[in-house]
Design a protein around this ligand. Structure first.
Ligand SMILES: Nc1ncnc2c1ncn2[C@@H]1O[C@H](COP(=O)(O)OP(=O)(O)OP(=O)(O)O)[C@@H](O)[C@H]1O
Ligand SMILES: [Mg+2]
Length: 256
C-alpha cells in the first residue's frame, strides 16, 4: 500500500469537512475521488499533502506515518500536488515555473526530468520562455501538472485538472494523465468530470458531505444506477453520435 488514509476527520473552525474518511492507493494505480461540490475532495487532497491538519485519524505513506509531517517534507517523501486553481507564478517563465517544482530535490537529473516533462507537454516546450501569466488556462494547467512532476513524486495528487478546459483539451489532459501513470507514477485524481475520470481510473471512491459512501473498481461505478443518476447525468454511457441527445448545458465550461 503506497498511501493509506484511516478514518480522518478535518475541521474548518467548527465545521467538520471530513467526517472519518478512509481510503487506500496502491503503487501503480490511478484512483479517483468523485463527488459533488463541497463533498470534501479538495480537503482530502490538501490533508494528504499537509496543507490541512487532521483533527483525528492517520495517514501513512510509503510505510511511514506522515500524519504530523510538515508539507514540504511530504514533497520530499514523494507526494506531489497540482493544486486546484493551478497556482502558476505569473511573472516567471514557463521553464522557471517548472524548475520551481524541483526546489526540494537534491542531486542531479533535473535537466533530464525537464526534458521528460517537455516530452509529455509539447506545448510547454514551445513556450518555455513565455511568462506563466500569459499562458492560456489550459496551458497553465499543463504548467501546474508539469511543475508537480518535477518533484519526482511517487504519487501525484491532481485536483480537477480538467476544470474549465475545452472538450478537446480535456481529452488531452486525460490522456497525459494516463501516460504519466504508464511511466510509473501513481495518481490520485479528483474530478467533477466523473465519466472520464471513471473511464481512466482503476478504482474510485464516491464522497458525499465528508464521507465515503461508495468505493469500487471504477468500471463498476460507470454502470452503477445511483452513481449514474447523481454524477453522470443519468444517461446511458455515451455512444459516438449520440452526444447531442444529452442536455447541452453539460458541455459548457461551467467552472471559471
Ligand atoms: N477555507 C475554508 N474555510 C471554511 N470552510 C471550508 C474551507 N474550505 C472548504 N470548506 C468547506 O469544507 C467543505 C468541503 O470543501 P472542499 O473544498 O473539500 O469540497 P470539494 O469536494 O473539493 O468541492 P468542489 O467540487 O466544489 O471543489 C465544504 O463544505 C466547504 O464549504
Ligand atoms: Mg474542490
Amino acid at each position: 500500500m503506497l498511501l493509506e488514509i484511516e478514518n480522518i476527520r478535518v475541521h474548518y473552525g467548527k465545521v467538520e469537512a471530513l467526517k472519518g474518511i478512509s481510503l487506500t492507493v496502491d503503487e501503480g494505480e490511478i484512483v479517483t475521488l468523485i463527488g459533488g461540490n463541497g463533498a470534501g475532495k479538495t480537503t482530502t487532497l490538501k490533508t494528504i499533502s499537509g496543507l490541512r491538519k487532521l483533527t483525528s485519524g492517520r495517514i501513512a505513506f510509503d510505510g511511514r506515518d506522515i500524519s504530523k509531517m510538515p508539507g514540504h517534507k511530504r514533497v520530499i517523501a514523494g507526494i506531489g500536488q497540482s493544486p486546484e486553481g493551478r497556482g502558476v507564478f505569473p511573472g516567471m517563465t514557463v521553464e522557471d515555473n517548472l524548475l520551481m517544482g524541483a526546489y526540494t530535490r537534491r542531486g542531479g537529473g533535473i535537466s533530464k526530468d525537464l526534458a521528460e516533462v517537455y516530452s509529455l507537454f509539447e506545448r510547454l516546450a514551445e513556450r518555455r520562455h513565455q511568462m506563466g501569466g500569459t499562458m492560456s488556462g489550459g496551458e497553465q494547467q499543463m504548467v501546474a501538472i508539469g511543475r508537480a512532476l518535477m518533484s519526482k513524486p511517487k504519487v501525484l495528487l491532481l485536483d480537477e485538472p480538467s476544470m474549465g478546459l475545452a472538450p478537446k483539451l480535456v481529452q488531452q489532459i486525460f490522456s497525459i494523465i494516463e501516460e504519466i501513470n504508464r511511466r510509473g507514477t501513481t495518481v490520485l485524481l479528483v474530478e467533477q468530470n466523473a465519466q472520464q475520470a471513471l473511464q481512466l481510473a482503476h478504482r474510485a471512491y464516491v464522497l458525499e458531505t465528508g464521507e465515503v459512501v461508495k468505493s469500487a473498481p471504477a468500471g463498476d461505478l460507470l454502470d452503477d444506477p445511483q452513481v449514474r443518476a447523481a454524477y453522470l447525468g443519468g444517461d446511458l454511457v455515451e455512444k459516438p453520435g449520440e452526444s447531442e441527445a444529452a442536455d447541452d448545458t453539460d458541455k459548457e465550461e461551467t467552472q471559471a
